[in-house]
Design a protein. Sequence first.
Length: 208
Amino acid sequence: MKRGILFVLSGPSGVGKGTVCTLLRRRLPELVYSVSATTRSPREGEQDGVNYFFKSREQFLRMIDEDALLEHAEYVGNYYGTPRDFVEKTLSEGKDIILEIEVQGALKVREKFSEGVFIFLMPPSLNELKQRIVGRGTETQATIDHRLSVAVEEMNLLHHYDYAVVNDQIELACERISSIITAEHCKRERFLGELFEQLETVKAADNV
Ligand SMILES: Nc1nc2c(ncn2[C@@H]2O[C@H](COP(=O)(O)OP(=O)(O)O)[C@@H](O)[C@H]2O)c(=O)[nH]1
Ligand SMILES: Nc1ncnc2c1ncn2[C@@H]1O[C@H](COP(=O)(O)OP(=O)(O)O)[C@@H](O)[C@H]1O
């Protein structure tokens, strides 16, 4: 069976990754979302197993020891990691999966899945990014400052990604990501390979 495509979506805290993914879920119900493990405390309304698998530090370290994570990274004082089995199983069933992870983790995934598609969500401006983090109201002032300084470092690694998408308007950002997903499918269509083989045959025949 043809394997699914692995998509990775990164972007600074507050850029709108969660918001865009919520809309994408509605638009592309067949796309599978990886649920990460984290040692961060749940925010109001977040559910274990839905937004994240919330783990203690000890539980998380055990997952690392057992090689249960495809990648993991420390971000602003907490661990985050992608459960390996779910990703492997989804891809081998021929389904596409999307990982919403920070840059260090994304670069590790790239080493293992060079055929993956890496998308970076950008804010329209740094000022707008700050307004979004502040406006969300989930972080303390110290965490906001820390997240903003990490954001600048992350945006400097944009060149490692295949695509940059600006989240100026949620609908537009979703539209752009959907287009990328469609285009990546077109690139991989099996009939294109067959068509190229036929063209090669015709070219070879013409040369005779
Ligand atoms: N490396 C890695 N990063 C993750 C994973 N899950 C989430 N993240 C990233 O960790 C960062 C912090 O996530 P979170 O605390 O939920 O904050 P938010 O992205 O601002 O809502 C974000 O950049 C997430 O994309 C993961 O499994 N691995
Ligand atoms: N295109 C947008 N325009 C204005 N506000 C947005 C946009 N996208 C997201 N937001 C808002 O910005 C805040 C951060 O979004 P969120 O999805 O939590 O970001 P992330 O998951 O990247 O940390 C939320 O309050 C969200 O409603």
